[in-house]
Design a protein. Structure first.
Length: 621
């Protein structure tokens, strides 16, 4: 299996190197499935193969003491194939088919441990996936009816030529809900904080690093092909992205579980990426910077979460704990582990010379470009608020990553575990894969020209324009924004984390506490009660519909088709008509009343004919 993932990575790398700008079109099964390879698809196919290879190297060590390893490999490989099918798809039908396959196969990865928490998280994951898939399917059907095509390139030409694109809002919103749910967009982000803590660490790295990007892929396809320069769509998506960005960071700050914190961080970083897609719909020809930032932040987030979740997996296989109070001090005296974790933390925090800084700089320039374009208009104030939220979220990211770093490498607690040469905390091949992945982050952040070349691969696929000028990433203004985030992060850590989110226990030691209000759980207090209510109503209606023919037959058997019985009403007239209203005296049996009699059949045919005539009559009106 490791060889299979390595072969996938090698093939994708070859496509990226030898076909950087070429377009290869493959049609399978006539017109059923359609695939296309261009610069962006080749890039993300390469990223997918790389993440699968690294997690495959880590998986044997992680699953050494657990059962079901072969089952995990099976569904892991099926998910890999479906994911590659999504990224190489050329039309929405192909995307949808592989999207549904991926949702089903990845469910087995989420519920691998089969614990009550894992099964419950799997319920949430599958429910979101099924409802999201239905939303995408309904949107696709409407879009096909409106445009007559589902191919990306043809959709772009057709929708750009439409004079009134308001008819596209409903199918666009349905597909946004489906793809956004997989991406982790608010308010359908609930599966991410639930699935990551219970899923195996290799699966968490793939869920966060790659599978969420399939949702982002769909959102970008819908936004940039149906609404490339649509103001209303851009504002709506920007609102959802902004809430996702800030809310994820706040949830990460409150969390006291290592993998849950990283999962909430993924929600926040997905908000950054979706923000880039939204702004690209608002600033017209000046969208080069923000599209480059969107592509690069997708890439950076995949690599960063690979490093951080594999690091979390190393903690778990040694301690079998993820609570910050129980893993404190684990990283002390482990330089390779500390190096890898710090590389991921510095990159996601947007620190200069690390890759996250480059993509966040481009995204920030997109916000500033929007402020310049809408100067004096109502949207200017909203974009300025977004700019402040962008800086604040960067500071919150620094704060919760500092919280994790201090808990793992500075504080001394139960997690401090002495290792010897006879019992190392990580195997050599896992250490090699982890450190090799971590080294990529400062390498990419230092050679910004290579990052610009990678960003350029997305302009064709996302229908964007190249920047009019190059970016001076290490200019004073850009460095100042990064320093501002660090200052905000330090202040939040000292005041909020150390002051409000910690308290002394019975022994006098300070411990981390989760002060997030329990009633602010959307899943437990909104979605599950709502779904239970809908299920109860649907079940009631289904039972009523199933019982209706039986009830109708009982009524007819007791009235129109009943046998003659002696009347207890005096008088010939009343006794002659009493039979129409008289109830049978024998007890009603539980057997169905609908029987195969000729009279009942004729009655049903007559009722059906009457209903048909009524429908034809009202239709003619």
């Amino acid at each position: 299996m490791i060889a299979a993932t390595a072969l996938t990575f090698a093939g994708s790398l070859a496509l990226m190197l030898f076909y950087p700008d070429a377009i290869l079109r493959i049609v399978a099964g006539g017109s059923a499935l359609s695939f296309q390879i261009d610069g962006f698809r080749a890039l993300y196919g390469c990223v997918t193969g790389f993440l699968w290879t690294v997690t495959a190297l880590f998986s044997p060590e992680y699953f050494a003491d657990s059962s079901g390893f072969n089952r995990y490999w099976l569904f892991n490989m099926l998910t890999l194939g479906a994911t590659m099918g999504i990224f190489y798809s050329a039309d929405l039908l192909t995307t949808f088919l592989f999207f549904e396959i991926m949702s089903l196969t990845s469910y087995a990865m989420v519920t691998h441990d089969e614990s009550p928490a894992a099964l419950r998280a799997g319920e949430t994951y599958l429910a979101i996936a099924v409802m999201g898939g239905l939303a995408i399917l309904m949107g696709m059907m409407q879009l096909w009816q409106l445009t007559g095509t589902l191919t990306f390139t043809e959709l772009y030409r057709t929708c750009s030529a439409m004079s009134d694109r308001s008819v596209l809002y409903l199918p666009g919103a349905l597909m946004l809900a489906g793809f956004g749910a997989k991406a982790g967009m608010f308010p359908l982000h609930i599966w991410l904080p639930e699935a990551h803590p219970v899923a195996p660490a290799p699966a968490s790295a793939l869920l966060s690093g790659i599978l969420t990007k399939t949702g982002v892929f769909g959102v970008i396809v819908v936004s940039r092909n149906l609404f490339p320069d649509d103001y209303a769509w851009g504002v709506g998506l920007l609102t959802l992205a902004g809430v996702t960005m800030v809310l994820g960071a706040i949830l990460g700050l409150f969390s006291i579980d290592l993998k849950r914190t990283l999962a909430c961080s993924s929600v926040s970083q997905i908000g950054f990426i979706l923000m880039g897609a939204a702004i690209s719909c608002l600033i017209g020809d000046y969208n080069g910077y923000v599209i480059g930032g969107t592509v690069l932040h997708m890439l950076n987030h995949s690599l960063i979460k690979l490093v951080l979740f594999v690091s979390a997996g190393i903690v778990y296989i040694n301690l079998h704990e993820l609570n910050l109070n129980k893993i404190r001090g684990f990283g002390r005296g482990k330089p390779l582990f500390m190096f890898s974790f710090v590389m991921g933390a510095l990159s996601i925090g947007g620190i200069p010379l690390w890759s996250g800084y480059v993509s966040k700089t481009l995204l920030h320039k997109g916000i500033l470009a929007g402020i310049d374009r809408y100067a004096g208009l109502p949207l200017e104030a909203s974009l300025k608020m977004l700019d402040a939220a962008f800086i604040l979220t960067g500071g919150l990211t620094v704060a919760y990553m500092t919280k994790l770093f201090v808990a793992l490498f500075v504080e001394i607690g139960d997690g401090a575990k002495k290792t010897t040469k006879d019992s190392p905390y990580v195997s050599r091949h896992t250490a090699f894969a982890l450190v090799g992945s971590a080294v990529l982050l400062p390498f990419l952040g230092s050679f910004t020209s290579r990052m610009d070349a990678l960003a350029a691969r997305g302009y064709g696929f996302i229908n964007g324009n190249k920047p009019y000028s190059s970016v001076s990433y290490f200019a004073v203004g850009n460095i100042k924004d990064a320093v501002t985030c660090v200052i905000i992060g330090a202040a939040v850590y000292v005041v909020v984390v150390r002051g409000l989110l910690m308290q002394k226990d019975e022994s006098g030691a300070k411990v981390y506490i989760d002060r997030w209000p329990k009633w602010l759980n959307l899943e437990n207090h909104l979605y599950r009660p709502l779904l239970n209510t809908i299920s109860w109503v649907a079940l009631f209606l289904a039972r009523a519909a199933a019982s209706a023919p039986d009830a109708l037959m009982r009524l007819t058997l007791r009235t129109l088709l009943r046998t003659n019985r002696r009347s207890y009403i005096p008088g010939k007239f009343l006794s002659g008509h009493y039979d129409l209203f008289h109830r049978w005296r024998q007890p009603v049996t539980e057997e169905p009343a609908v029987v195969g009699s000729f009279s009942n059949g004729l009655l049903l045919i007559g009722l059906g004919a009457c209903i048909m005539l009524l429908c034809l009559f009202f239709n003619a009106l």
